[in-house]
Structure formats: C-alpha cells, structure tokens
Ligand binder design. Structure first.
Ligand code: HEM
Length: 181
C-alpha cells in the first residue's frame, strides 16, 4: 500500500510481525522449559501446547475463507477492500503461520516420543493434517491474489473452500482421540 495511510499500515504490520516473532519465541521458550520436567509431565505439557497451537491455527483456517467471502463484495482498491487485505495478511502472519509451525513441531515430537509413526490412526491423521497444510498454502496464495486485486473466484467458491479445513479437522480429532484403527 502507498501514501501516508499505507505507511502507517506498513508500520503497524511490522509491529504485528514483531509480536508474532515474540509469540513464537515464548512458545519455543516454553518448549525449552518443559524439557527440565520428568518425561510423563513433559509429554502432557507438550500435548497441551500442541492443542493450544492447533486451536489457534484452526481459528484462522476457519475465519480466513469467511473474510474472502466478504472481500468478494468489496470494490478492488476501495477502503473496505484495503481493510480486508490488512486483516487477511495479519491473520496469516501473526496467528496462522506461527500456530501451524508450533502444531507441526510439537506434533512431530509427540509422535516420535510416543513411537506412533507406524500406527494406522497416526498415518490417517498425518493425511488429514497434510490436507490442512495444503489448504493453508492455498489460502495464503489466495490472500496475495486478493491483495493484488486479482481474485477471480466468486463468494460461493470460498464458502466451499471453508469446508476443507472443517472436514480435515474433524477427521484429525477423531483419529487422534478415538484412535479407531
Ligand atoms: C501438524 C501436524 C500434527 C501432528 C504431527 C500431530 C501429532 C499428534 C500426536 C502424536 C499427538 C499425541 C497423541 C497421543 O498422545 O495419543 C497429538 C495430540 C493431539 N492432536 Fe495433533 N498433530 C498435528 C496436528 C493436529 C491438528 C491439525 C489437530 C486438530 C485439528 C490436532 C489435534 C490433536 C488433539 C486434540 C490431540 C490430543 C489428543 C489426546 O490427548 O487425546 N493435531 N497430535
């Protein structure tokens, strides 16, 4: 974005990115702290961090396609469209990306510690999570197209895309909690 308003917005964006980095540092600090605990307590703390990260990631994954639905109605270049661009970029950079990184890092540590890599439920969960990560990449790419005023998909498309993380999330939770296989 250019102009005085754009510069203020860029400055705010940099601050938001700094906050995201700090949040990531806190998560990593917490992860380092739990290594001094006994192995069972360490595992439970890691699982708690994993679930908090997953909730944050999912909140963004479910909200971003809804923002795209509303964004479709805004005239490209209008104040409303620019506001959506800023909201989408911050959601991705400040919440979703750090939350996805922590979910993967801690989730893989849990799987390695619990020796789950050959369990059928875990492989199923990995497939659901890979679909979720692909959806994350697709949403990030789409946010860039919206920012450049190049989105050519109708609101209906984003309503349908909204279902992908929802279904993958339900599958991941059932597989890891019920462990049906
Ligand atoms: C990003 C890659 C992910 C990996 C590698 C991963 C792996 C794991 C592992 C190994 C556990 C421990 C299971 C146990 O102790 O029985 C776990 C727990 C859990 N995961 Fe994930 N996970 C990931 C992402 C997700 C996502 C996206 C969700 C939800 C949408 C999720 C939801 C949960 C829940 C709710 C638990 C706690 C289950 C319980 O203790 O009963 N995970 N995850």
């Amino acid at each position: 974005m250019t102009g005085p308003g754009g510069e203020i917005s860029e400055a705010k964006g940099r601050k938001a990115a700094m906050r995201a980095l700090m949040a990531l540092a806190v998560f990593l600090g917490l992860a380092a702290f739990i290594f001094v605990l006994s192995p069972p307590a360490r595992y439970d703390w890691a699982k708690a961090i994993h679930v908090v990260a997953v909730i944050s990631w999912m909140a963004g994954m479910l909200y971003l396609p809804r923002l795209f639905v509303y964004h479709c109605d805004a005239e490209p270049g209008s104040v409303q469209a620019d506001t959506f661009v800023v909201m989408e970029r911050r959601l991705l950079k400040v919440i979703m990306l750090p939350a996805m990184i922590v979910s993967w890092a801690v989730g893989l540590w849990l799987a390695w510690t619990g020796a789950f890599f050959l369990e059928i439920w875990f492989i199923g969960k990995l497939v659901a999570v890979l679909i979720m990560s692909w959806a994350h990449g697709y949403l990030a790419k789409s946010a860039r197209l919206f920012a450049e005023g190049r989105n050519d998909k109708p609101a209906r498309h984003w309503r349908i895309v909204n279902e992908v993380p929802t279904i993958a999330m339900i599958a991941a939770v059932i597989l890891v909690i019920v462990k049906p296989f």
